[in-house]
Design a protein around this ligand. Structure first.
Ligand SMILES: NC(=O)c1ccc[n+]([C@@H]2O[C@H](COP(=O)([O-])OP(=O)(O)OC[C@H]3O[C@@H](n4cnc5c(N)ncnc54)[C@H](O)[C@@H]3O)[C@@H](O)[C@H]2O)c1
Length: 354
């Protein structure tokens, strides 16, 4: 995130209350507003700024346009001993996501593994949030989600696949879990927006222009296509995530998922898969956690390669940012505050973030 003099730093607790207040004004119940605010502030705490409080302006715009349902009746459509299928009723994804993961966490204690498929949602934001919920209970958590098309199948030039994110969270004996949390594109779209703002080129391999040619121009990239991470392997990963979410839930895949930002005459129709696994049913909790700590020690004991700033676990740098931001507050750039202020005004709310 670029810090400027116009960035304000707001304590996480205050931001949580403020975001919940604005979402309540936009029509959410107080409980749902608190749930969504929690997920957004947690993303901001970990430095996942694009999917944190910065998304609030977009959410308020969607709620005002009727593109997202402020009062979703989240319901279990089907269930069995180790699974549920949830209809999110076109609400903000954090509402159905939190509902589903809470049930997966409780359910897997009996069955070892519990799978929750959710359909008919607005985006769930940062994928790590739900996987981490499980890990904070000593469980392994998994999140997969589909997203609107921005990548072509490998070798093609028509956008059919989303940057479909995936997260795996593994508990440790103490402290923050190990958390892999990633898009399946070579780079997140937010990084291309940032390059455009700064007027700098993007690295080769991130995007194609609208004619399907490689480009380093962020403007052309945003009109064109994102490239998958790792070539055909990232493409395959994205495709499988789409199938495991959109096809398995019945919500639908590819262009049945709509943009978060444009065409606000319809719901986004995002699907996700959330899983919780209880290690007690497999290696046993003690043995599992001992092995995890052995892996951590080996990673930390690995000598850094030439020029490397160090060797870290997935999510370790974000956990450090979280600690720093718990102490210093969360940085909100003036541009983000201005957008939220403008959207909040449409609901008759004032925002005084100074
Ligand atoms: N909801 C959606 O539709 C959607 C779509 C795409 C992405 N996202 C979210 O966007 C966010 C950003 O995704 P991204 O792919 O840009 O993430 P990223 O590239 O910043 O990080 C990806 C992973 O790499 C790890 N990592 C980075 N540097 C590391 C290092 N030096 N050592 C060890 N591990 C390291 C991170 O901890 C993280 O787990 C995520 O929260 C993701 O869930 C959401």
């Amino acid at each position: 995130m670029t810090e400027t003099a116009a960035t304000v730093w707001i304590p996480a607790d205050r931001l949580r209350a403020e975001v919940a207040r604005l979402l309540t004004a936009a029509g959410l119940t107080e409980a749902d507003a608190r749930t969504v605010a929690e997920s957004m502030v947690e993303a901001s705490l970990r430095g996942v700024d694009s999917h944190g409080v910065a998304a609030l302006g977009t959410y308020l715009r969607r709620l005002r346009a009727g593109a997202t349902n402020p009062r979703p009746q989240v319901r279990i459509v089907r269930s069995g001993p180790a699974y549920i299928l949830v209809d999110g009723d076109n609400g903000l994804g954090a509402i159905a996501g939190t509902f589903a993961m809470e049930r997966a966490i409780a359910g897997c204690r009996q069955t070892g593994i519990f799978l929750a498929l959710c359909m008919n949602n607005t985006t769930l934001g940062a994928a790590f949030y739900y996987a981490r919920m499980a890990a904070l209970h000593g469980l392994v958590g998994i999140t997969l989600s589909n997203a609107p098309p921005s990548m072509a199948p490998w070798g093609g030039r028509r956008p059919l696949l989303g940057t479909n994110p995936l997260s795996v969270a593994v508990p440790r004996r103490e402290g923050e879990p190990i958390i892999l949390d990633m898009a399946t594109s070579a780079a997140a779209k937010s990084k291309i927006y940032l390059a455009r703002e700064k007027g700098t080129p993007i690295p080769e391999g991130w995007a194609l222009d609208p004619e399907g040619r490689p480009t380093t121009d962020p403007e052309k990239a945003l009109k064109g296509l994102l490239m998958p991470l790792g070539g055909p392997k990232g493409y395959g990963l994205s495709l499988c995530i789409d199938l495991l979410t959109g096809a398995l839930s019945g919500g639908g895949c590819m262009d049945k998922v709509a943009s978060l930002h444009h065409g606000l005459d319809r719901g986004q129709n995002v699907s996700f898969l959330l899983a919780a696994i209880d290690p007690e049913h497999f290696a046993g909790q003690d043995r599992f956690l001992a092995e995890v700590e052995e892996v951590v020690a080996k990673v930390h004991g690995c000598p850094p390669a030439a020029g490397s700033p160090g060797v870290f676990l997935p999510g370790e740098l974000e956990a450090r940012t979280r600690q720093e931001r718990l102490e210093r507050g969360i940085p909100i750039p003036a541009k983000v505050a201005a957008e939220i202020r403008q959207e909040a005004a449409a609901f008759g709310m004032e925002v005084d973030w100074t």
